[in-house]
Ligand binder design. Structure first.
Ligand SMILES: [Zn+2]
Ligand SMILES: [Zn+2]
Length: 138
């Protein structure tokens, strides 16, 4: 948390209390929250917070590589990931939970064994898997 705040300050980003609250929420969230998830939580403490502020702060953080926006859709909405490095995701089609899948790429990755497809060299793969999570299977 402290390190990220230091990095943001070094990059000349002004951390208003509202922005700080968003950064804090992201760093403590193990799930992959959507703008709505974050907004609903933070407006309890900052009633003047707008969804636009949440979105622009997330956009800023992902532009500088501190977090990433996933292209997987959680209940139809974009979700954000506090882990900026490449990893795979599993989306539960029943409860909508997005779970990290820790496979080493390229090490464990069967697709990357190809290294090249039709003359195009592959440098990274981000996989999205869909199915039922362990809770929903019961
Ligand atoms: Zn589930
Ligand atoms: Zn993730």
């Amino acid at each position: 948390m402290k390190k990220m705040v230091e990095r943001l300050r070094k990059k000349g980003i002004t951390l208003t209390p509202q922005r700080m609250a968003i950064v804090e929420y992201m760093l403590n969230s193990m799930g992959h929250p959507t703008v709505d998830d974050i907004y609903d939580e933070i407006k309890k403490r900052y009633p003047t917070m707008s969804k636009a502020t949440v979105y622009s702060t997330l956009k800023l953080l992902s532009d500088i590589g501190e977090i990433q926006e996933l292209s997987i859709r959680k209940r139809g909405k974009a979700c954000f990931d506090p882990i900026p490095h490449l990893h795979h995701h599993f989306l539960c089609k029943n409860c909508g939970k997005v779970i990290n899948v820790e496979l080493n790429c390229p090490g464990d990755c069967p697709i990357l064994a190809a290294e090249e497809i039709d003359g195009n060299s592959i440098e990274e793969i981000q996989a999205y898997m869909y199915g039922l999570c362990s809770n929903c299977r019961d």
